[in-house]
Design a protein around this ligand. Structure first.
Ligand code: BTN
Length: 267
């Protein structure tokens, strides 16, 4: 008979190398959304560095009102509570920073991820690129300062077969590596990659987040952006890079440069 697996928190504690991030940790067998739990804890005064993870989410959510596929026993659904003490306008780049951290952790596993602005981590599969992780950053602010920020990360680890609606677009570490992957080790790797990038963000601001993103980003041309704020909801052109505030810079066919603050890139 196999020995029962140690509780996830103990597995993580064995692997954690960070100074402050994840040193306070909550594991839940199931919750609505780890971002909601982290927000509740933030309102209750929980300190920066709290990390909440769940085995399953019943209402995991992504950007733009989408749901995040969150079955039990397979993947990582995790939220990081931060208190950056910076103006709200400087917070969106934390999504880019988290992408840089996830990409760095996946590189350490021998994979070759790329980041797609603003929040997708992708891996090569079947001649194309598929999403392995997504990031959802949420914040509360008052008096011109972010009170707390929750960075939610969904990372597909051991799911091999996805529901039909995402089957052609999603992948997992297990699919990429051809073996089951230790979730606690991956979480420890992500937190170890995140912490120094965030320390740099606290010292230098959003520029540090943009650098973390650009180290792994793909900006192939031409591309299309679905941007809800635009008159026709979309924009086509060449992505040039990311401004210091996290906005995507795009040149259209007339040569005009646009800044896209929120949207989705199709490449
Ligand atoms: C996206 O790609 O649209 C973002 C997906 C973010 C999913 C994670 S899973 C942990 C945290 N809790 C949630 O409800 N969402 C984020």
């Amino acid at each position: 008979m196999n020995a029962p697996a140690a509780p996830f928190a103990a597995l993580l504690a064995d692997r954690l190398t960070t100074r402050w991030l994840g040193r306070t940790f909550e594991w839940h067998a199931e919750c609505h959304s780890t971002n909601d739990l982290a927000t509740e804890r933030a309102r209750g005064g929980a300190p920066a560095g709290l990390v909440i993870a769940a085995d399953a989410q019943t209402a995991g959510r992504g950007r733009l009102g989408r749901t995040w596929h969150s079955p039990a026993g397979e993947n990582l659904y995790v939220s990081l509570l931060l208190r950056p003490g910076r103006p709200p306008a400087e917070i969106p780049p934390l999504t880019l920073l988290a992408g840089g951290a996830v990409a760095g952790a996946l590189r350490a596993l021998g994979l070759a991820p790329r980041l797609k602005w603003p929040n997708d981590v992708e891996l090569p599969e079947a001649g194309g690129w598929r999403k392995v992780a997504g990031i959802l950053t949420e914040m509360a602010s008052a008096g011109g300062e972010a009170l707390h920020v929750v960075v939610g990360i969904g990372l597909n680890i051991n799911t091999r077969a996805f529901p039909p609606e995402i089957a052609q677009r999603a992948t997992s570490l297990a699919r990429a590596l051809g073996r089951d992957v230790d979730r606690a080790a991956v979480l420890a790797g992500v937190l170890a990659a995140f912490e120094p990038l965030y320390d740099a963000f606290e010292r230098r601001g959003p520029a540090a987040a943009v650098e973390a993103f650009e180290a792994h980003a793909a900006f192939p041309a031409p591309c299309r952006v679905t941007a809800p704020g635009r008159p026709d909801g979309r924009l086509e052109g060449t992505a040039l890079g990311v401004d210091p505030d996290g906005a995507l810079r795009l040149r259209d066919e007339t040569g005009q440069i646009h800044r896209v603050i929120s949207g989705e890139l199709s490449i």
